[in-house]
Design a protein around this ligand. Structure first.
Ligand code: CP
Ligand code: NVA
Length: 305
């Protein structure tokens, strides 16, 4: 019998123990790379990367990760493929499965990702959809662990649009046992369905409109851009989100040793002040680096190495 294909589609599809093992591997791989002890567990393997949205970190970290693991990556945008001229996702998945060992996809609706996984026979990795960004949050948890130790029972405050990145934080809160407080304007909050999922899974999620209430005594303060890729950049959106800028006054409400996180790209003067993102509590470039290490563990898991 064929073994089940191991995808990395979303954090909520994994158990706490599986995610823990993945992060332990990521920490080990980081240490091995830094000490020049890393082997080449993916020698001869090829990753296809399909981008329907722009990327800096995801594109480079996956490609560098494959090279460091001894493999190779092929990077394409959807409009370079027949996919952009109407070839179906299912046929694309069937064809690529004959060439490569895994596929990373950044797309709009997550259904594209699921469709790809359903029709292909190689592992599929979520490189961001409108609904989630699980690789980012694995790197972010790794970063919290490096700076503040175990994330269990800590308080993470999300300030701003409760978008794809926030939703992956919510999945992680349920799996890793930390409290997530979300401060967002009502039209941009997590849905009742999301909150219901979190409740069912034992997640400790608070949601409201007031940034100061979310940040009070928090260990970690996180935000993201006002306008995500694929969203309309309207003045009404900026008006709604302007009161949610993370500045030094807001950070002063968090714990004295609280860290500031942002998946990047950032917009200084919009969702975060320059003083905060460029200040001593910001760990945003460690997060960016940890994309590489967390994803190497994900690639190894998916490709059975
Ligand atoms: N954080 C992140 O995913 O960045 P990119 O859009 O540059 O890949
Ligand atoms: N929420 C952002 C994250 C970018 C990495 C977006 O989807 O554009």
């Amino acid at each position: 019998m064929l073994a089940k294909t191991r995808h990395f589609l979303d954090i909520d599809r994994f158990t706490r123990d599986e995610l823990r093992a993945l992060l332990d591997r990521a920490h080990e791989m980081k240490a091995a790379t830094k000490s020049g002890q890393a082997g080449a567990p993916l020698a001869g393997k090829v990753l296809a990367m399909i981008f329907e949205k722009p990327s800096t970190r995801t594109r480079f970290s996956f490609e560098v990760g494959m090279v460091q693991l001894g493999g190779h990556a092929i990077n394409v945008t959807a409009d370079m493929m027949q996919l952009g001229r109407g070839e179906t996702v299912a046929d694309t998945a069937r064809v690529l499965s004959r060439y490569v060992d895994a596929v990373m996809i950044r797309t709009f609706d997550e259904e594209v990702l699921f469709e790809f996984a359903k029709h292909g026979s190689v592992p599929v990795i979520n490189g961001l959809t409108d609904q989630s960004h699980p690789c980012q949050i694995m790197a972010d948890i790794m970063t919290v662990e490096e700076h503040r130790g175990a994330i269990e029972k800590k308080v993470v405050a999300w300030v701003g649009d409760a978008n794809n990145v926030c939703r992956s934080w919510m999945h992680a809160a349920a799996r890793f046992g930390f409290e997530l407080r979300v401060a967002a304007p009502t039209p941009l909050q997590l849905t009742d369905r999301d909150l219901e999922w979190a409740r069912t899974e034992g997640g400790h999620i608070w949601q409201g409109e007031a940034p100061h209430a979310a940040v009070e005594g928090a260990d970690v303060v996180v935000t993201d851009c006002f306008v995500s890729m694929g969203q309309k950049d309207q003045p009404s959106r900026h008006n709604l989100l302007r009161p949610y800028q993370v500045d030094e006054r807001l950070m002063a409400r968090a714990k004295p040793n609280a860290i500031f996180m942002h998946c990047l790209p950032a917009h200084r003067g919009e969702e975060v002040s320059a003083a905060v993102i460029d200040g001593p509590r910001s760990v945003v470039f460690d997060e960016a680096e940890n994309r590489l290490h967390a994803q190497k563990a994900i690639l190894a898991l998916c490709m059975g190495a």
